[in-house]
Design a protein. Structure first.
Lengths: 238, 238
DNA sequence: ATTTTTATTTTGATTAACCAAAATTATGTT
DNA sequence: AACATAATTTTGGTTAATCAAAATAAAAAT
């Protein structure tokens, strides 16, 4: 029933809430994410408030209601199942499925969605490592650590790629960096601002800290004894 | 680039041209097919004319230009490939795929479409027996005969179902009537206004003439010596 | 040849999304 | 506190797609 425009607004508010700790979302952030002018976002949010999908506090921002949240999660489920389907069943490259899913997420019926879910065996993560919400709307989040905060000697499993950029995805894929892959952190050099890592069965690569911060991992061995990891490791991916 | 609304107008004009022998399409027919008011169809057609997609003759009707025709055929290709994909790969029932395809035909990229085409092995007909245009826009039409015009004793292959109605499709499917199926015409009774036929490996069924006229077939044996078949056997299906 | 009926077009309005630029309010800085 | 900057809202306007009802034209019937 909600238009695809409304679905997109709700999804963006949801994603922003995910990374800001469920705080109210500023109009500026929303208009930026939606790539519309600030005034457009304001008037849309007023309508969403009237429909009971968000709570809008003028001069402050908006936050999803339960109803809005449910819709957003359902859109996200569609998006991510479609991405995985396109990769697994139709053989598209993981670097190109995000754009495709961006439109298909609004045109697939629940019936088709559940067929896809069954065919894929009720998967829990999409090609970028983003969690796929269950049909009931539960999202299982793993506690992941930012690759930029790892230490030399640690062994980790790639969890999630926090950047949908097609070039970036193609690049890291070439070096064997993708969700599920085991990597060993060979070196973490703060001065050089770089991390050197060796994905299992692949050549080692050096990533600048900024690029490394786009990848979050699950430490599985040689947990170093140093300070607490500090970098934001949540994603706003879809 | 054309909106899904424009794609739908072009598709409906195309389908109407198919059954009226490529004649100009009256505004009334178009507005009826599009389920919009006559005035709406008029103003849209003027725009389509301005964009070079149709030629509009006021007080008369409109006809597709080559450019408009190309787009319409491409939409039809998407529609029919999607229908077949939903049946073959996702296990939906042929009675429900038309509605699904009606929206998906506007949201699937060429890249995904060609993957689907490959996966299905470049099929030439959709689940209702409607021809699938090639990527180059060629449509291969078989010369089919209306079941209502067949004669007792003839053996035929079901070609095309000229009615997308879900209930109708479920009904005939239950009796083994579907594209490709071989049937023997047991009786054709003009007085009773009914046709009795026996699909291979199925119980015989009796269909009223009106229902029978929704099915077109290819005669493969015992071609009767009588008059030329007269009933319209073309389809406006998608 | 009129009159009636039907088909089509025109007119005037509406709704969802949007933008640019002006007005307002809040925040930060001297 | 006063001023400057940044964020947000308001205002006025646009475009695509639609409708209802009035006006017009063509076709059919008398
Ligand atoms: Mn995505
Ligand atoms: Mn994703
Ligand atoms: Mn169809
Ligand atoms: Mn079909």
């Amino acid at each position: 029933m909600p238009s695809s425009t409304v679905e997109n607004y709700l999804k963006q508010i949801f994603l922003e809430q995910q990374i800001n700790g469920n705080d109210i979302v500023a109009m500026g952030k929303l208009s930026e994410r939606m790539e519309v002018s600030p005034g457009t976002a304001t008037s849309m949010v007023k309508l969403l408030d009237k429909s009971g999908l968000v709570n809008y506090e003028p001069r402050n921002g908006s936050i999803l209601t339960n109803k809005g949240s449910e819709i957003a999660i359902h859109v996200l489920r569609r998006h991510r199942l479609i991405e995985l389907f396109l990769v697994k069943e139709l053989g598209l490259d993981w670097s190109e499925v995000h754009e495709e899913a961006e439109t298909l997420e609004h045109s697939i019926s629940d019936k088709v969605l559940e067929k896809i879910d069954i065919k894929l065996g009720h998967p829990s993560v999409d090609p970028h490592g983003d969690p796929i919400p269950s049909a009931e709307g539960k999202i299982e989040r793993k506690k992941l650590v930012n690759l930029a905060d790892c230490h030399a000697g640690q062994v980790a499993r790639i969890g999630r790629i926090l950047d949908q950029n097609s070039e970036f995805l193609k690049f890291i894929n070439k070096y064997g960096i993708r969700p599920g892959q085991i990597v060993e952190i060979k070196d973490h050099d703060t001065i050089a601002d770089a991390v050197n890592l060796a994905p299992k069965n692949n050549q080692p690569v050096t990533l600048g800290m900024h690029a490394a911060s786009k990848i979050s991992v699950e430490i599985i061995d040689k947990s170093s004894k140093n300070e607490i990891n500090k970098r934001q490791s949540q994603s706003s991916n879809t």
